[in-house]
Structures are given as structure tokens and as C-alpha cells.
Ligand binder design. Structure first.
Ligand SMILES: Cc1cc2nc3c(=O)[nH]c(=O)nc-3n(C[C@H](O)[C@H](O)[C@H](O)COP(=O)(O)OP(=O)(O)OC[C@H]3O[C@@H](n4cnc5c(N)ncnc54)[C@H](O)[C@@H]3O)c2cc1C
Length: 547
């Protein structure tokens, strides 16, 4: 027990901190605080995932993923899920609600943001600068990589120098070699993937045996979903975890400080947990929902929302793909499913292309026939059904992969998460409503990138290519709705995740992103949470919080 933590031990619930959400940001924050001697409790609306339920090892995997294991909670409709009104959104949300959060379903691609991502306003005159730099975050990226056992190859030319990932890269496989052939012919940068997946056994966790079913739940625990990679250490440090606990409201004192949270258990009973510090880690949709549910006379427009920015600037990474089919057997059912190789060749702004910022390029295997047919859904029915569809599937299953362009969308104030006036979850709590319109600039960017990626496939020897102009279903990165910044008038939290309005309220999930970068966000979410929680603990004695 640190001195600061024991001095703070006043709360009726005997806690030093309450964390909402048991995904990556929640467990990292809880672990850091507990290892510093804080008494920490985490409230999570979902349950522990059950490996036996994972579709990954089942023959009917693709069918289960289309229904009860769908990453879209509106399709999945599990008891832990809340509905999301996405009728006014160009992209639908993907998320998993349970211990480990959305990483139970994630692809475990583990890129970092690049230095320019933190300075978009200074460099491009748009969006905003982050109140921290790549250099500020770099040691935390490296610490998280060590904690998880990240695999990859050091020295990626797209990044400043730094420590290599602790484990060797996973094999790039035949699809990686074929993709690299086209990239080399065109003189483009590429690199073997960095993954939150073990390439070597670590303790009780085995090395990846390349099932390629990462998003269907890793059957063996080689993928570092945070239930297996981070929760055991958090529990060992003393974190208390309550599952089946859906938070309805963060409560505040008359002085405007957070006092804890009111939550509903699975039987519908209401509870209140008090704590002198509240940390919100409910993701870029769940967090603004919760802040907007937490109104009071002091915060009539939602907690921590004097700026009016809570729920605004939702960013979701518009994504397009180009399917490439080859005559060679590419064994494209071998994992890792995402990012055997990837490229940051076109991640930086070049306005001669007609848009600002850029895209991350990555390849992904197409492991099964249903996914293959799904990729050509925009062709006339006669070209993808009956004997024609079957012949296509038989010819190209195992011989196809896609190049994926995931573009950096800029924050738009009118892209929002608000409370739906009618839709409620199973506890009667208002559900979030999304308004997300992809900008014309984003559409231009997608077009430009998929033209280039088609060229790469052809240089690699593809005999058939098909572009999916954008994928409305894949809103797996939920960012920007409680942005960080130095100016309290235009941001919700500072660079350590501390609310400008409520000094004992912290936010560490993807909602704090000031800009979206083009890369997958979870390494940055985890590094930001680690840095913020460490800062919180180190500066506890100086905080102006009456405890
Ligand atoms: C299919 C899929 C593939 C992905 N692939 C990648 C990838 O390859 N690489 C990458 O970097 N990222 C990927 N992601 C995104 C990644 O999973 C998220 O960025 C990450 O999990 C976000 O962490 P978080 O802590 O912010 O939120 P989450 O992981 O979403 O966790 C939030 C938790 O809060 C809980 N919660 C929310 N509201 C409440 C409430 N009111 N009361 C109690 N609990 C609540 C939820 O149940 C949930 O468990 C993918 C996501 C999906 C779904």
C-alpha cells in the first residue's frame, strides 16, 4: 500500500478507485492502480468469455459468426449487449461486451500511431493536436508490448527507432510472400505484421498455431485478448471484478466531484458503489452514453461536458478492400488472419492526391468459402450463386486474400453519439444513437487507395480482383467522443485522461482520441491508459480532490 493510497482510504465501499468496463483500457488502469496499492473494483456489464462457446473450432464457424457470435451487438443480441441505433450511420458498430472487452473478438493487429498523428493540426491545419507526442507514449507502448508478449520484427522503417517487439514475428505465409512481390515491384514500403499474438509460448499460454480464426475467439489463448493476457495479473494484484454489473449513472457530489456509480445487476436490482475516484473505460460509444446518462443540476448536459464535446467527433475508420484471387495455392486459411504484412507507405498527407492524411494498408487471408462469396456480394446474383458461385468458391478458396485500406477519418463535430429518445436496453436504460456520415474527403481517399491496391494485386499476379468500395459493417474502432486536449473549451480530458471539469474522473478508452490515425487503435488505447494510470498514482498526493 502506497502512502497516498492509504491516506485516501475513506470511502464507504472501502475502495480507492472504481473502474467502469473490463476491456483493455479498464484492466490496464485497474492493474496499474492495484499494483500501486489502490483498492480497485471494476464493474463490467458482461461475463467472462467461455472458450467452449467460441465458433473458432466449430465446422459451422462462418454461420455462427453471422448470427450469435456476430461482432455487431445489434445482430448478436446477447444478454450483455446493449442495442445501438445505427439507422443514421454509414458504419455500424462492432464490439464485444464482457471481460476482455472487444479484444475477445479482435484481430490482434498491433500497430502504433505514427508521430505525425499527434500533430495533425500543426501539420495539416485541420482537426486537432494531441496534448502528448509519440515520444511521450513510446515507453508505454513498449511496456504494454512486454506485458502482452507482442510479436513482430523490430526496425520498421515507418517508425522512429525503439525496442523491438519482445517476440519474433509470426510467419508471413504464402499470402505475405505473394503480396510482397507486388509491393516490391512498385517500390512500396512493407513490413511483417506486429501482433498481440504469441509466436512463442509464454507461461501457460501457447504459441499461435495459426487457426486464422482470431476474430471468432482464439481457442487456445495465444491471442492476447485482455481476459487472458492482462486480467490474471490484475486479479493477482487484488483487483475486484464484478461481472453482470451494468452502470446506469456516475454519481456526483454537490461540489461536482464523482462519488461512484449506480448499477443494475442481472436480476434487475440496483446498487451503488462509492469511490473517491472513477475511471470510465466503456469505449467510444459506451463512455459518451454513460456521461450523457449522468446529468445533474451541476452538469445538465452530461457529466464532464462543459465544453459540449461529449459525444461529438465520432471516428470509425472507413475501410475498403480489394479481393485478389490467384492460381497458386496460397494456404490463405492459415493465420494470423490480419496483417501478415502491412504498409505505411501512404499514411502521411500528400495533398496532390486530393485528400489529407492517409491510410494503413494490410493484407488479410480469406479462410473460408462463405467469406470469399461474401466479398463479391456486389456482383449480380447470377455471378455468385448456384453453380457459378460454387465453382468460384471451389476454385479460389485458399487462393485468395484481400488488401485492406483503413483510412484516417478526420473528426467531424456533427458525427455523434447521443441518447436515443425511444430505444432502451434490457434494463430500460436509454441506448446510444449514432449519427455518422462519411465525408467526401474520406470517400475520395478510399477510392484512391483501392485503385492503388488493385495495382498491387495485379503486380503480384492476381487473375481476378474485386473491389469492395467501403465496408459499412465494420465499425470496430470507436474513437473521439470525449477527446483529449489542453483547452477545456474544446476537449473533455487532458493528456492524462483526467476530466477538465471533474478532477476525480478519468477516461482512458478510445473516446479520448483527438484524431483517429490510420492504424488500429488498441495499442494506443492501452499505452494511454497505462500512462494515465501511472500519472494518476504518482500525483495522487498533489491532486486537488477532497477525499
Ligand atoms: C471484430 C473486431 C476486430 C478488431 N480488431 C482489432 C485489431 O486487429 N487491432 C486493434 O487494435 N483493435 C481491433 N479492434 C478494436 C479493439 O477491440 C478495441 O479498440 C478495444 O477493445 C477497445 O478497448 P476499450 O477498453 O476502449 O473498450 P472495449 O474493449 O470495448 O471494452 C469496454 C467494456 O466496457 C463495458 N461497458 C460498457 N458500458 C458499460 C456499462 N454501462 N456498465 C458496465 N460495463 C460497461 C463493455 O461491456 C466492455 O466490456 C477490433 C474490434 C472488433 C470488435
Amino acid at each position: 500500500m502506497s502512502n497516498s493510497a492509504s491516506a485516501r482510504h475513506q470511502a464507504p465501499d472501502d475502495l480507492d478507485a472504481l473502474v467502469i468496463g473490463a476491456g483493455p483500457s479498464g484492466v490496464v488502469a485497474a492493474r496499474v492502480m492495484a499494483e500501486s496499492g489502490y483498492r480497485v473494483r471494476v464493474l463490467e456489464q458482461g461475463d467472462w468469455p467461455n472458450v467452449a462457446d467460441y465458433p473458432s473450432t466449430k465446422l459451422e464457424r462462418e454461420l455462427i459468426q453471422a448470427g450469435p457470435w456476430n461482432p455487431n451487438p445489434n445482430v448478436r443480441r446477447g444478454p450483455s449487449d446493449y442495442p445501438v441505433n445505427d439507422s443514421d450511420s454509414d458504419i455500424h458498430t462492432f464490439m464485444f461486451n464482457g471481460v476482455g472487452g472487444s479484444t475477445v473478438m479482435f484481430g490482434a493487429e498491433w500497430p502504433r500511431m505514427i508521430p505525425s498523428d499527434f500533430r495533425v493540426k500543426s501539420l495539416d491545419g485541420v482537426a486537432g493536436d494531441w496534448p502528448l507526442t509519440y515520444e511521450d507514449l513510446q515507453p508505454y507502448y513498449e511496456m504494454i508490448d512486454e506485458m502482452l508478449g507482442v510479436s513482430g520484427l523490430g526496425g520498421n522503417t515507418a517508425y522512429p527507432p525503439g525496442a523491438a517487439p519482445p517476440q519474433p514475428a509470426l510467419p508471413i505465409g504464402r499470402i505475405g510472400r505473394i503480396a510482397a512481390r507486388g509491393m516490391n515491384k512498385l517500390g512500396y514500403q512493407w513490413w511483417p505484421g506486429t501482433h498481440a499474438i504469441l509466436s512463442q509460448a509464454d507461461g501457460s499460454r501457447p504459441a499461435c498455431s495459426r487457426w486464422a480464426t482470431c476474430v471468432a475467439g482464439c481457442p487456445e489463448g495465444a491471442k492476447s485478448s485482455f481476459d487472458v493476457s492482462m486480467w490474471p495479473a490484475a486479479l493477482a494484484a487484488g483487483v475486484q471484478l464484478t461481472t453482470g454489473a451494468r452502470v446506469r449513472e456516475i454519481t456526483v457530489s454537490q461540489q461536482g466531484l464523482a462519488t461512484g456509480a449506480t448499477w443494475i445487476d442481472r436480476d434487475g436490482a440496483e446498487h451503488h458503489t462509492s469511490a473517491p475516484l472513477v475511471v470510465v473505460c466503456a469505449n467510444g460509444v459506451g463512455t459518451p452514453r454513460l456521461l450523457q446518462l449522468s446529468t445533474s443540476s451541476r452538469f445538465p448536459d452530461g457529466l464532464a461536458n462543459s465544453s459540449g464535446y461529449v459525444g461529438h467527433n465520432l471516428m470509425m475508420h472507413p475501410t475498403a478492400t480489394v479481393l485478389g484471387c490467384y492460381e497458386d495455392d496460397l494456404q490463405s486459411w492459415l493465420g494470423p488472419i490480419g496483417q501478415p504484412i502491412w504498409s505505411m507507405q501512404f499514411a502521411e498527407t500528400d495533398t496532390t492526391r486530393g485528400f489529407r492524411r492517409g491510410s494503413k494498408w494490410t493484407i488479410a487471408g480469406i479462410p473460408g468459402p462463405a467469406e470469399l462469396i461474401q466479398r463479391i456480394y456486389s456482383l449480380p446474383l447470377s455471378e455468385r450463386s448456384g453453380m457459378t458461385g460454387q465453382e468460384f468458391a471451389e476454385r479460389f478458396t485458399g487462393r485468395a486474400f484481400e488488401w485492406v485500406a483503413q483510412i484516417e477519418d478526420l473528426p467531424e463535430f456533427d458525427n455523434t453519439v447521443t441518447l436515443d429518445p425511444d430505444l432502451v436496453d434490457s434494463d430500460g436504460i436509454p441506448a446510444p444513437k449514432l449519427r455518422y456520415k462519411m465525408s467526401e474527403e474520406s470517400a475520395r481517399a478510399l477510392d484512391w487507395h483501392i485503385d492503388r491496391l488493385t495495382e498491387v494485386h495485379l503486380e503480384s499476379g492476381a487473375v481476378f480482383t474485386h473491389r469492395v468500395d467501403y465496408m459499412p459493417e465494420v465499425g470496430w474502432h470507436l474513437l473521439g467522443t470525449a477527446r483529449c486536449g489542453d483547452d477545456p473549451a474544446t476537449s473533455v480530458v487532458n493528456g492524462y485522461g483526467q476530466s477538465h471539469d471533474v478532477p476525480n474522473l478519468y477516461i482512458f478508452d478510445g473516446s479520448v482520441f483527438a484524431t483517429s490515425s490510420a492504424v488500429n487503435p488498441t495499442s494506443t488505447i492501452a499505452a494511454f491508459a497505462l500512462r494515465g494510470a501511472e500519472h494518476l498514482v504518482e500525483n495522487a498526493a498533489e491532486q486537488r480532490i477532497p477525499l
